[in-house]
Design a protein around this ligand. Structure first.
Ligand code: SF4
Ligand code: SF4
Length: 108
């Protein structure tokens, strides 16, 4: 899949995967915190949590599993600075079940 031939349907399904994990590096923490006008420490405290494997921070999700930055109209509130994991899906990585989540992968 390449950026040129992929047609995102802007459905937001990839941002509401139950138990999905969006890890954030220190560089990503810095850029997202700056975008939101927050200090790094406030951002880490309020907007992230420890990943289940305790190896990194990840963005918080809502109780329904959706990302805290997903808007009601399926947009990303931090699109300009979103983590690389979000930026590179599904061009640089997918999971075995990604086509069951992403309709544009199921029927390109
Ligand atoms: S940061 Fe944006 S693109 Fe990434 S999961 Fe959250 S809403 Fe989706
Ligand atoms: S699930 Fe696929 S089509 Fe829907 S927003 Fe994500 S990348 Fe786009």
């Amino acid at each position: 899949m390449t950026r040129e031939n992929f047609r995102c349907r802007c459905c937001g399904e990839c941002c509401r995967i139950k138990d999905g994990i969006v890890r954030v590096s220190h560089a990503e923490v810095k850029r997202i915190a700056s975008f939101l006008g927050m200090s790094e420490s406030d951002f880490i405290e309020r907007e992230t949590e420890l990943a289940p494997d305790r190896k990194s921070l990840m963005l918080k999700s809502r109780p329904d599993g959706s990302c805290a930055y997903l808007t009601a109209d399926n947009l990303c509130r931090i699109n300009q600075v979103k983590p690389d994991k979000c930026r590179t899906f599904p061009f640089e990585w997918t999971n075995p079940d990604s086509a069951t989540v992403c309709p544009a992968l199921a029927t390109p």
